[in-house]
Design a protein around this ligand. Structure first.
Ligand code: SF4
Ligand code: SF4
Length: 87
């Protein structure tokens, strides 16, 4: 689940540049998701948004997190997606 908070978005485009799937575009200087099905719910965009304008709940697309957190249990919940937060 991913949600862009329009009121907080400054249009800096960092999320668009960092998204590995290329599913973020700018619309009227606000970030929007263009293809929900292709979003991995990896959280990289939210981690790199300095304005807390993106909320991501890791979903089934984040296989790395599921393996590390839920199957191997080698990382704390919410840290295992490998999207730049040290995991
Ligand atoms: S990184 Fe945050 S503030 Fe910048 S465009 Fe994306 S959602 Fe907006
Ligand atoms: S959660 Fe990952 S795949 Fe989805 S929009 Fe953000 S950076 Fe792109």
């Amino acid at each position: 689940m991913i949600n862009f908070l329009k009121d907080k978005c400054t249009g800096c485009t960092i999320c668009k540049k960092i998204c590995p799937m290329g599913v973020i575009e700018m619309n009227a200087k606000k970030a929007v998701l263009t293809d929900y099905k292709s979003c991995l719910e990896c959280g990289a965009c939210a981690l790199n948004c300095e304005f807390d304008a993106i909320e991501v709940t890791k979903g089934t697309g984040c296989l790395n997190a599921i393996i590390k957190e839920d199957i191997l249990k080698i990382t704390p919940k919410g840290t295992g997606c490998g999207c730049g937060d040290g995991c």
